[in-house]
Write a protein that binds this ligand. Structure first.
Ligand code: C2E
Ligand code: MG
Ligand code: MG
Length: 705
């Protein structure tokens, strides 16, 4: 270690004395203890020396009337580097007045004459240590961004330890020391008082959070016991931390695009609502809203437009829900009651509390549909977006949030399956019938691989004579454990997941193979119609696949008819037209299935090479009761005849329906009145019977001729 650094570490004491000899002895005594000593005997220059080389401590022993120790001490105290400095004043024992004056002038300690040389260095060292600790502490208080107050057990501020410049760390600048008190947020605050009490009793620091009214400043106060009756209140501005926490919270619980709560937050709120509903014996509803054909808009027009559309939908839904104000009572209790959330993609979910009758839930669902009905405009495009809504009611449709959501979801699929832009309640019967979508998706993949599918055939007959004219191939899924699963339950999922393409391919091949097998048998050729999903049309290879299947089976194209829905005609019109024409030219027949449920009109159909339309069974169902349905059927039949289209009525079950259809010259019928769909073997047996009857009646005719 160099002698220089050693000197630096040795405290410097400025000793001012009138008596040279006394000064010498003091210096010797101090030096022995490792002090450096600066001796000044001319009282007039003491202050000068002090300013030139600020010492670590001062010992004053001058009686010069103009530069008396007491006056010097007062002057040093006022100087910027003299505030905390240990200043010792030498006084005569018994001179009480001098002692009093010295302390008043700011002396740290008094040393009495005659000075005890062995004691003096120890007292100086102790004073230096105290001064250093104090200045460290001051530095610390200045450096930390907190405001520090001394507070009594009644919560009243006794003193502020912080300097005014500490306010630079708070958002509000230019505060005077007086108004610093305003930042002590806990006066007259019961919560704070309790914590102060606890800090005093336990000796453990207590933390209290508080928002400054109107300023949006968040403060955190720590109460630390100081003695038996006072605490330090250390106040910190945590506004930034709070806003960071809020950002993190928003990222975790809100959807960035629509700013709606996300699935996580909704699920949490759902559980809280269930707890409240349980205790109040209340019902409530969960509505699962999915946009029909949103994927198409997204795929064809791009995600930017898709995103815009979702935002608009979210806004409309929010407005619609806001006007359903039956929920305000629960809002007051559950702080963050969530009524609308986006679960992802085009899926939204709504919670309706206090709406307990199915009728009032249905009213809201209807209003949601109406809200979304006016076309949306994004980037110059206009869209019509329709929702399918599934509704689950607490408690009958699910005891926990997960169950309610799952069942509302499957009700939504049911709504889609029966023709979109509507809503369906989840009911007990649905639970046994339909499986959870995810479940189904996995099962479907397995089913394709392990051939759990079968084609059933339903006869189509002439309305006038019941003569067989063909059959519709209808897909059946036999699951080894779950039994048979209806097409309405799995086709929508096959479509959503794209599995419809391989599945549809299988149906085509199987139908063609069957036509071929029958044509080689005694029963002869029976034309078969195959249902083609609009999703298969989107896949570019459809025309080739159909023609390949026909060629591979070695049958005639005219023995296969494709049943497509009106929605196919609405999507990508130019491409569809080319494909339909290609199929038509190859000789394949085309028919429009479920006619009347979609958007197209008969005149629109003229543009496409269609042979047949099938009147949807929903119109046939109430033919003899509902005059609207009767009028629609009659109109479809009249116009189709003019356009030269063959008409098939689906779902004919009763004589009355049949009579009506015959009266209006419907060509063909299909329905339980004639036969249910049946396995290929049964259908073959039916064909055999029919051909036997035909042979018999031929024989009969020949015999009687
Ligand atoms: P769809 O093409 O309109 O088929 C007619 C549906 O009505 C069939 O239901 C049939 O069993 C039923 N049905 C026939 N006659 C009557 C009747 O008199 N009364 C009643 N209540 N119903 C009758 P299924 O087999 O359950 O098929 C439902 C739908 O699933 C079909 O409606 C079709 O859209 C779709 N689907 C069936 N098989 C396939 C397929 O292989 N591919 C595709 N893409 N869709 C299929
Ligand atoms: Mg069909
Ligand atoms: Mg149909």
């Amino acid at each position: 270690m160099s002698s220089n650094t050693q000197i630096m570490r040795q405290p410097l004491v400025l000793v001012a004395t009138d008596e040279q000899r006394q000064g010498q002895s003091i210096r010797e005594a101090l030096q022995q203890f490792g002090f450096r000593c600066e001796l000044v005997t001319a009282a007039a220059s003491v202050f000068e020396r002090f300013r030139e080389t600020p010492p670590d401590a001062v010992l004053l022993d001058t009686k010069d009337p103009t530069f008396h120790s007491v006056a010097l001490c007062a002057k040093i105290r006022k100087h910027e580097s003299g505030g905390e400095l240990p200043v010792f004043i030498v006084a005569d024992r018994g001179d009480e007045e001098a002692v009093e004056e010295a302390y008043r002038a700011g002396a740290t300690d008094i040393v009495f004459n005659p000075i005890s040389m062995p004691v003096l260095p120890h007292r100086l060292r102790y004073a230096l240590r105290t001064a250093r600790s104090l200045s460290d502490l001051r530095g610390l208080i200045r450096a930390i961004p907190d405001l520090i107050f001394i507070v009594n057990k009644n919560g009243e501020v006794q003193d502020g330890l912080s300097r005014p410049d500490a306010t630079h760390t708070l958002q509000i600048k230019a505060l005077s020391t007086a108004s610093l008190i305003n930042f002590y947020p806990c006066e007259n605050d019961d919560g704070a008082l309790e914590l102060i009490q606890r800090a005093l009793e336990t000796g453990k620091p207590q933390v209290y959070e508080h928002v400054l009214e109107g300023l949006d400043i968040h403060l955190e106060t720590r109460f630390v016991a100081r003695d038996k009756t006072t605490v330090l209140a250390i106040v910190r501005d945590i506004t930034e931390r709070k806003s960071a926490e809020e950002k993190i919270y928003n990222l975790a619980y809100y959807d960035e695009l629509t700013e709606l709560p996300n699935r996580e937050l909704f699920s949490q709120s759902l559980e809280r609502t269930i707890a409240i509903a349980k205790s109040e014996n209340q019902k409530f509803a969960v509505l699962f809203v999915d946009l029909d054909r949103f994927k198409r808009i997204n795929d064809t027009l791009g995600h930017t437009i898709g995103d815009e559309l979702l935002k608009d939908v979210a806004n409309r839904l929010a407005k619609c829900i806001r006007s359903t104000d039956s929920v305000s009572q629960i809002d007051a209790r559950a702080k963050r009651n969530i009524r609308l959330a986006r679960l992802g993609g085009d899926e939204f979910v709504i919670k309706l509390y206090g709406v307990d009758s199915p009728e009032s839930v249905a009213n809201v669902a209807t209003r949601i549909i109406e809200t979304l009905t006016p076309p949306f405009t994004c980037a110059g495009h206009q869209f019509v977006v329709t929702p399918s809504i599934g509704i689950a009611m607490y408690p009958q449709d699910g005891k926990n949030g997960e169950e309610l959501l799952m069942n509302a979801d499957s009700a939504m699929y049911r709504a889609k399956a029966v023709g979109r832009n509507n809503f369906k309640f989840y009911s007990e019967t649905m639970r046994t019938k339909s499986l959870h979508r995810l479940d189904l998706e996995n099962l479907l993949r397995e089913a394709i691989a392990s051939e759990q599918f079968e084609l059933y055939f339903q006869p189509k007959v002439k309305a006038s004579s019941f003569r067989l004219v063909g059959a519709e191939a209808l897909l059946r899924w036999h699951h080894p454990e779950r039994g048979s699963i209806a097409p309405d339950d799995f086709i929508p999922i096959a479509e959503e997941t794209g599995l419809i393409v391989p599945l549809g391919q299988w149906v085509l091949n199987e139908a063609c193979r069957q036509v071929s097998a029958w044509s080689k048998s005694v029963v002869g050729t029976v034309p078969v119609s195959v249902n083609i999903s609009s999703h298969q049309f989107r896949d570019s290879g459809l025309v080739g696949d159909v023609l390949d299947a026909i060629a591979n089976a070695g049958i005639r194209p005219r023995d296969i008819e494709l049943e497509i829905t009106e929605s196919v005609l609405l999507q990508d019109v130019d491409k569809t037209l080319i494909e339909l024409k290609a199929l038509k030219e190859a000789g394949v027949s085309l028919s429009i299935d479920d006619f009347g449920t979609g958007y197209s009109s008969l005149s629109y159909l003229k543009r496409f090479p269609i042979d047949t339309i099938k009147i949807d069974r929903s119109f046939v169902k109430d033919l003899h009761q509902d005059t609207d349905d009767a009028a629609i059927c009659a109109a479809i039949l009249a116009m189709s005849q003019q356009l030269g289209l063959t008409v098939v009525a689906e779902g004919v079950e009763t004589r009355e329906q049949l009579e009506f259809l015959r009266r209006y010259k419907c060509d063909h019928i299909q329905g339980y009145i004639c036969s249910k769909p049946m396995p290929a073997d049964d259908f073959y047996a039916l064909l055999l019977k029919l051909s036997g009857q035909a042979a018999n009646s031929d024989k009969h005719a020949r015999a009687s001729a």
